[in-house]
Design a protein around this ligand. Structure first.
Ligand SMILES: *[C@@H]1O[C@H](CO)[C@@H](O)[C@H](O)[C@H]1NC(C)=O
Ligand SMILES: *[C@@H]1O[C@H](CO)[C@@H](O)[C@H](O)[C@H]1NC(C)=O
Ligand SMILES: *[C@@H]1O[C@H](CO)[C@@H](O)[C@H](O)[C@H]1NC(C)=O
Ligand SMILES: *[C@@H]1O[C@H](CO)[C@@H](O)[C@H](O)[C@H]1NC(C)=O
Length: 533
């Protein structure tokens, strides 16, 4: 690879002419095909034959990172538009091109058959194409990566990478080998797998990439492509007021995923008693979408221009995440800010840490009741000057949060940015470098005849996810009847997940090799828990 291309891929901040970019892309693709064709030996997987179709089909299941966005405006696809799911899209050049991460610190000259192997347990996510094995050159060192599970017991297989949403305690690879670490990639909602929100579940992993800033490789700002995204101009006040006069409510709600742990509809239902809200999605729907084409895609993630123009007319957007957890923030928050609507937000309790300034969103939980919130919104609706104070972050110099600014500056991956690697390849390299330095440390320790200090284990902590038990969107759990579907579904799911983490931990501790015994362990865990109560 030419130095110029390496810089392009790694540096990401340089400005290059389009033709240079293109030739680098072509060169990289060619190199990549060569690398894939190079034979690998010694037990590492070198398996072709998984068809392109299968690869894309698999990835297709992961196309929609924010589970609420059920519909996709595929016919209006705009390649330039922001899709944080770029990591999953095999057709995205960004994924293909920027998957080499070799940094100036990497002087690794080992051949493929000497390199440690990282196994992607969730093969749908394997961020390489074509083939199912690949050499990766990372900032500090190199590894082989594969999705072929036949290497799972190999002594060179040093780490297994799991996708949180697909991780099933009853399908985990057993026995767990002492020389292997487990790595977790989970950028999606905590509701997709509550096992990871409990200590016994998260501690199964050594390295994590989650939405939490506390994880080893944080993906917290995955839905914010750039700071400039926030500075997109809002519709004028006059125009917004005109839409109000034309019969638009001050507040927009657009959600089609209704039975979620945050139980948001229970709150919205109360709020609607005191405040005009236009609801177009399947949840609490009270209006027909004026545009037939957008009707069944009203919760789309894409930045379809018509969809965006329509939603920008509203002064306020109800921005409620499907689950409540520190640092879990999605497009529900960032998109209204991009459009210049004020988010009325409930989701990450620590959301303020990431806001462009101290006066840019309205937090639902700052208000004692839906009625008080409604009164506040109505005041702002009739006071343009007070309203506009919430958009000052869009003015030059208006984005003052240095934590936000520096976090964006420091992040090494890009969102739909062809010049920066995506976070799947980034995390893979993070694990590769960690494993190589662990191998080195273990060798040094052995040579020292146990003289020095043994390398410390690295184990994920509760706060790498740590999402709290779901609570009702409005009122208290005691007031809600046992027959309520939210109560039946999410409280059970949450606590059953705790038991799953404990059961798997017990299986690992006892060197269990038979996955089928998982439910016996679950039963045992359940009995133990009932006895302790
Ligand atoms: C995985 O690799 C082994 C050995 O290299 C090979 O025999 C097998 O067919 C591969 N499996 C898949 C699913 O490609
Ligand atoms: C927000 O206000 C607090 C104190 O009121 C201050 O410490 C903090 O720096 C402010 N943050 C921003 C982004 O202005
Ligand atoms: C990985 O985590 C497990 C606990 O799940 C721990 O027993 C092991 O020592 C850790 N391995 C390393 C290399 O840190
Ligand atoms: C599990 O295996 C490890 C080493 O392979 C051994 O040290 C440990 O005692 C075993 N544990 C049980 C409960 O058999």
């Amino acid at each position: 690879m030419s130095a110029g291309c390496t810089q392009l891929v790694w540096g990401g901040r340089l400005h290059w002419g389009a033709s240079h970019l293109l030739s680098c892309l072509l060169a990289l693709c060619a190199l990549w095909v060569l690398a894939a064709a190079e034979p690998t030996e010694g037990g590492s997987a070198n398996v072709q034959g998984v068809g392109e179709a299968a690869l894309y089909q698999g990835r297709g299941q992961h196309r929609v990172p924010s589970e609420d966005n059920v519909a996709v405006l595929s016919d209006q696809w705009e390649p330039s538009s922001f899709q944080p799911s770029s990591a999953f899209s095999g057709t995205d050049l960004g994924t293909m091109v920027a998957d080499s991460y070799r940094g100036p610190g990497n002087s690794d000259r080992r051949s493929n058959k000497e390199l440690p192997i990282l196994l992607w347990w969730s093969e749908n996510l394997f961020p390489h194409f074509p083939g199912d094995a690949e050499r990766i050159d990372c900032p500090l060192s190199s590894c082989m990566v594969t999705k072929n599970k036949s290497v799972k017991l190999h002594k060179r297989t040093k780490s297994i990478i799991f996708y949180g949403t697909d991780f099933r305690a009853y399908e985990a690879p057993l026995p767990r080998l002492p020389h292997q670490t487990w790595a977790l990639f989970h950028e999606e909602s905590p509701m997709n797998n509550y096992v990871l929100s409990h200590l016994p579940g998260i501690r199964l992993f050594n390295y994590t990439a989650t939405f939490s800033r506390e994880s080893d490789y944080p993906l917290t700002l995955q839905w914010l492509p750039t700071i400039g995204y926030l500075h997109n101009p809002a519709l004028s006040m006059a125009e917004k007021n005109r839409w109000r006069k034309n019969g638009y409510a001050p507040v927009l709600y657009m959600q089609s995923h209704c039975d979620v742990p945050s139980d948001r509809d229970r709150y919205v239902k109360e709020l609607m008693k005191h405040l005009e809200i236009d609801s177009y999605g399947q949840c609490m729907k009270n209006r027909e979408h004026p545009n037939k084409r957008l009707e069944d895609t009203s919760t789309a993630t894409t930045e379809d221009p018509e969809f965006m123009a329509f939603t920008a007319r509203y002064k306020f957007h109800l921005a409620m995440e499907n689950a409540i957890c520190a640092d879990y923030m999605t497009e529900k928050l960032w998109r209204p800010m991009h459009l210049g609507a004020i988010p009325i937000y409930r989701g990450s309790p620590s959301v303020r840490d990431w806001m462009p300034n101290n006066h840019s969103i309205i937090m639902i939980d700052d208000f004692a009741s839906p009625k008080e919130l409604a009164e506040f919104i109505m005041t702002l609706d009739s006071d343009d000057e007070q309203y506009l104070k919430y958009l000052e972050y869009k003015k030059p110099g208006g984005t003052t949060n240095t934590f936000l600014l520096s976090s964006m500056e420091k992040r090494e991956w890009g969102v739909n940015d062809m010049t920066a690697p995506n976070y799947l390849n980034g995390f893979e390299c993070f694990v590769c470098d960690k494993e190589n330095s662990r191998i080195k440390a273990e060798k040094t320790y052995k040579k020292s005849q146990q003289g020095g200090a043994a390398p410390e284990p690295h184990i994920a902590d509760f706060n790498h996810m740590g999402c709290p038990m779901p609570t009702p969107g409005f009122g208290s759990a005691q007031e809600i009847p046992e027959s309520d579907s939210w109560k039946q579904m999410w409280l059970q799911d949450y606590w059953q997940s705790f038991d799953q983490g404990e059961a798997l931990t017990a299986m690992i501790q006892r060197n269990e090799t038979n996955q089928d015994r998982f439910w016996d362990y679950m039963h045992e865990t359940y009995i133990k828990r009932s006895m302790n109560h």
